[in-house]
Design a protein. Sequence first.
Length: 265
Amino acid sequence: MLLGKTPGGIYKLSREALLTAELPSRFTTRVNWRGSLPRDILCMFCRQHRLSEPLFSIISHPLKIPTESSESCFKAADSGTDMIECANGASVNGSPKLSDSEMFKCEIKLLSKCGDVVLLCSPEDCYKKQNDAIQNASLKLLSWLNKYFNSVTAPFDRLYETAGNFSIHISSKNLFREILAGQSIQNCQLYALQCNKSLEPMCENSSLDMLVNGVCNLKIEGPDSGICPGNGSLPCISYSVSLIVENENMKEVIEVCNEFEFEIG
């Protein structure tokens, strides 16, 4: 229940890998994405926090001179734009005729149950496909929200100050603060995060003595374990995580995954 209220937690649950899965920082293609799509995660987040369904607005631009910053992301002209409003990612203005000479960017509004605009996310990046624009804008907003849930001890004002870096404008600072704080999960959430984080330094700073005592034992094997895959590749790993009690012959498996795929880069 706790994880289901956070963007990263919703993604972890969709991957069925609570300890391993982390919300990716970038959406490249739908084929390479694993788990719930960013748009679906955002919709679930809004439901969990008693917000209206997010409003997606597609803005089309005539394609002029593309850059080579990525396979699907380009810069387009600012003139001659058309807007298509979408509810839950589906067009509410009908299905416009698509053109190969158009690029798209997406604007997202989060609304309260009363219809008040809580915040607006309007990235400037343009994409060849409307779906790519929606997914990337959703992921940018989710990444910003996830910063709040990953650092609940930090003041809300610090998160507010970073909104501009993610192309986010908060329309009602007090309303947004109340929505997040009103869930009454911060104390429990902090405890859960501390428990999760306590496992990381043991493995990251594992010494020979720790390995001998059985506190943290990293065993990496497999025919491709020494190969470093390139960006864009999709490696698949299998893993198991266990708790071992010091000085006792006791081992408790807490998570196992036979096929965990993820995109490099």
